[in-house]
Write a protein that binds this ligand. Structure first.
Ligand code: PLP
Length: 395
């Protein structure tokens, strides 16, 4: 079989590779060896030679210094310092498959939400749970979702060949529950809702959503993505977990990536009817990572950190709303750690201008060309945002 030009040469022996790599590092060619720099580098990366790799720059794991990152809905104060201290203690032991920590973490969710074990599952980030749900239901029909919503898993479903029917938002940018209920027929396998919605930040009233779920879930399973529940004005009222407790034909996903500030540690979970949980669990692909589970366990218990983060995020949200308002822009009523607003100009162009000033925000989402989404940073970062936004907006 012909060798792919980018693969390391199979015939290159270890001493040759070593000589190649040394030549690369010293910048000189070696005698009669058929050698090129790319191959030598590949040898280094593939570990075929025992030389030190070029040093890892911290930019590969850290936010570059000076950059203000307001585009991922993370918690800029996270993760919980207590959780990090606990993780540091056990880190040397985490090379092994995780053991009881999985049960311990599940135990916390079961106790907090009064659910049985068969009603809960873990995933490596809520996105994995959402994608697994798409895989689980893709054989049975189409998925219904709001037209503007979190959509990574919906695009994944489409790649699997699932039809996704997107129901337009109402004129006030709220999810149109009545239109979604009307769209349910025998061809539908799943209804997806994100509450509060991303990118609008708007929450559906708890009672309205409860009656929608009571009407629709007997006909078709409902999946509710509650990634931002902890940031809503009334988390228990806004969550539909009480319906899951009652045995409704529903699934809820939650994440440790947002208020818990652990996006890079990849932990999410789902709560739902045992039949749905069972089939979704069968489609989860990654095994959970022990470091993430351990951090999640201790973050979940750190109520001071959660209250602190929530206060700061809500304070930040008022600041960003005030920045917009000063320029005559009314943002949508957010119950999350991001704000969505019509800035009345091309959102991608504006995003690029802000990025040139080292502030990252979001640009256009599917057809909403003049809307920007800004996530909460630290208070001092939002002070800089306020100044730079004003300069760029009026410049
Ligand atoms: C609504 C919503 N759901 C799920 C996710 C994915 O989160 P995770 O990091 O848990 O996969 C996001 C991330 O932005 C989100 O906004």
């Amino acid at each position: 079989m012909a060798q792919h030009p980018t693969e390391p040469a199979a015939e290159q022996t270890r001493p040759e590779a070593l000589a190649s790599a040394m030549a690369l590092l010293s910048g000189r060619a070696v005698g009669s060896l058929s050698f090129n720099r790319r191959r030598a580098l590949q040898g280094l990366v593939m570990g075929t030679v025992g030389l030190a790799l070029p040093p890892l720059t911290m930019g590969q794991v850290e936010i570059p210094p000076g950059q203000i990152r307001l585009m991922f809905n993370e918690n800029p104060y996270g993760p919980s310092p207590k959780a990090l201290a606990e993780v540091a203690k056990i880190l040397p032991k985490t090379a092994y498959y995780p053991g009881a920590i999985e049960d311990d973490l599940m135990g916390l969710f079961m106790a907090r939400h009064q659910l049985d074990r068969e009603q809960v599952f873990l995933a490596s980030g809520s996105n994995e749970g959402l994608q697994a749900a798409m895989m689980a239901f893709d054989k049975h029909g189409k998925v219904i979702s709001p037209a503007l919503t979190y959509s990574d898993h919906l695009q994944y479903a489409e790649k699997l060949g699932v039809a996704v029917y997107r129901v337009p938002l109402r004129d006030d940018m709220a999810i149109d529950l009545e239109a979604m209920a009307r769209a349910v027929d025998d061809s539908v396998s799943l209804v997806y809702l994100c509450n509060p919605n991303n990118p609008t930040g708007m929450a559906i009233d708890g009672d309205e959503l409860r009656s929608f779920c009571r009407e629709v879930s007997p006909k078709v399973p409902i999946l509710i993505d509650e990634a931002y529940n902890e940031l809503t004005d009334k988390p228990d009222y806004t969550s539909m977990v009480d319906l899951v407790r009652e045995g409704a034909n529903m699934l809820i996903t939650r994440t440790f990536s947002k208020i818990f500030g652990m996006a890079g540690l990849r932990v999410g979970y789902g709560m739902g009817h045992p039949d749905i949980v069972s089939v979704v669990k069968d489609n989860v692909m990654a095994w959970p990572n022990g470091v993430g589970l351990y951090a999640a366990y201790h973050s979940y218990l750190d109520e001071d950190f959660i209250a602190f983060s929530r206060d700061k995020i809500l304070q930040g949200r008022q600041m960003v709303n005030a920045t917009f308002r000063r320029h005559g822009i009314e943002s949508l009523p957010s119950q999350t750690n991001f704000v969505y607003a019509d800035i009345q100009r091309d959102a991608d162009v504006f995003k690029a201008k802000m990025a040139a000033r080292n502030i990252k925000i979001r640009g256009i989402y599917e057809g909403y060309n003049t809307y920007s989404r800004v996530s909460m940073g630290r208070i001092e970062e939002l002070e800089i945002f306020d100044r730079v936004f004003s300069e760029v907006y009026t410049g």
